[in-house]
Design a protein around this ligand. Structure first.
Ligand code: SF4
Ligand code: SF4
Length: 426
């Protein structure tokens, strides 16, 4: 395996847009849709749930999984319309719960009572999935506690403006959320990271401020954190090895909603990128189908257009506008079919563009050769596949339009599956 203690930054350097790129300065509310769908990746079978079709649910109601531990929170009031068992394209099992929504929210009172005594137990009991972070409780329930929390006021991909907008609009609320965060996590050292133009607003949070250049992929946490702390992160090691946790500005605001307003956060702010690359930030109920959000913004699509959940560099294409937004959906990216570059099955010509662009300094040209042929273990052992920071630059620069990033993700996923199977089989 190639050992590389430091990450490097290659070309190209792509600048993030600023808030003046937004079509409107406010967050546009999206009406509650008739139906919501929640995906549960921890519960794989309908029998894991204590609910069935026809069960009434309230907004904010905690619905525990039976036997396997864990829970999910209903984002709306209504009736369970269906529960289906599904598999992702990488063969991962998950459940889809569809809720027929009633017009008006009836809030479940359990959390309001629990939030009278805010603390780690209440967070563990109710806040596993905060908007803006997919697993909040893993930050606060570690065997080896973290010593620093980084509040990310930058955004993870190009054309996403969610965290920057929230930092600009609500620094006092973020300050209130930070007080709760310190209390539930026990971590006092908190840094807020923002692009240069948001420094003044971020200072109102009262936290230590660090400024990150708004250049992609520098804002990806695996690159951002080692740079900020001037500490190398060994390849294939999690950020928690540096005893640092990263949480988005949006998630900190959600904590404020939970513990100051005593209401479970059930909405997500999303950057919607239209076919002309214009960006509108919207606030939608978790589980809202993409089509309802696009409809509210009057964005129409036609056969051949591409829709991705996430930004232009790392977003994952979806095949249906019925796909819902989840706690960790940062953006919806709509690409006109005339701008979609179809992936090619042309052979690599070894031009080296991907190698020069790769911020993890991987021999991407060699990795492609192995991954195309399903040689995942060899790719990890010989060429450090697991050091890939998932930035997508290799696909962006590939002159032959090889779906290099897709191969990287597939390779990593296959290795994780094999490892899980080996563990399961003892
Ligand atoms: S996605 Fe591509 S360019 Fe980015 S780190 Fe991985 S291999 Fe390198
Ligand atoms: S950019 Fe594409 S064609 Fe060039 S070396 Fe990389 S994978 Fe091969």
């Amino acid at each position: 395996m190639t050992k590389k203690p430091f990450f490097g930054f290659g070309r190209p350097k792509l600048k993030h847009v600023r808030l003046d790129h937004l079509t409107q300065p406010e967050i546009k509310p999206i009406p509650l849709p008739a139906r919501l769908t929640v995906f549960l990746h921890h519960a794989a079978e309908a029998k894991d749930l204590g609910i069935r079709s026809g069960t009434p649910v309230k907004t904010g109601e905690k619905l525990p999984y039976k036997g396997i531990g864990g829970y999910f929170v209903s984002p709306a009031t209504g009736t369970i319309q269906g529960i289906s068992e599904n598999r992702t394209y990488t063969d991962r099992r998950f459940l889809a719960i569809t809720i027929q929504v009633e017009g008006k929210d009836k809030w479940d009172p359990q959390f309001t009572e629990a939030a009278q005594s805010p603390g780690p137990e209440t967070a563990l009991d109710y806040l596993a999935f905060l908007p803006g972070i997919s697993d909040f409780t893993s930050l606060i329930s570690r065997d080896t506690p973290l010593h620093t929390l980084i509040i990310n006021g930058t955004d993870p991909d190009l054309l996403i403006l969610t965290n920057q907008l929230l930092m600009n609009a609500s620094p006092e609320d973020i300050k209130a959320g930070l007080a709760h965060l310190s209390k539930v996590s026990g971590i006092d050292q908190v840094m807020v990271v923002v692009p240069p133009d948001l420094r003044t607003q971020a200072e109102k949070t009262g936290a230590e401020i660090r400024v990150a250049e708004p250049v992609y992929p520098h804002t990806l946490p695996r690159l951002l954190v080692p740079n900020l702390l001037n500490q190398p992160l060994p390849a294939n090691r999690p950020l928690s090895d540096l005893r640092v946790g990263v949480i988005s500005a949006e998630a900190v605001l959600a904590l404020k909603t939970a513990f100051t307003d005593k209401t479970l956060p059930v909405e997500k702010v999303i950057s919607v990128i239209d076919k002309e690359n214009r960006v509108t930030c919207v606030r939608a109920r978790i589980g809202t189908p993409v089509k309802d959000i696009l409809g509210a913004l009057k964005i129409s699509t036609q056969q051949g257009d591409r829709i991705a959940l996430g930004g232009p560099m790392t977003g994952q294409g979806v095949y249906s506008e019925d796909m819902p937004i989840m706690h960790d959906t940062d953006a919806i990216f709509v690409q006109d079919k005339r701008r979609v570059i179809p992936p090619s099955d042309s052979p690599c010509i070894n031009c080296g563009e991907c190698v020069r662009a790769c911020p993890a300094r991987l021999p991407v040209n060699m990795l492609v050769r192995l991954l195309e042929n399903g040689l995942y273990e060899e790719a990890a052992q010989r060429y450090d596949l697991l050091s890939c920071v998932e930035c997508g630059l290799c696909s962006y620069v590939c002159v032959m339009h090889i779906p290099v990033f897709h191969y990287m993700m597939l390779g990593k996923h296959e290795l994780a599956l094999r490892e899980a199977t080996e563990e399961f089989n003892g």
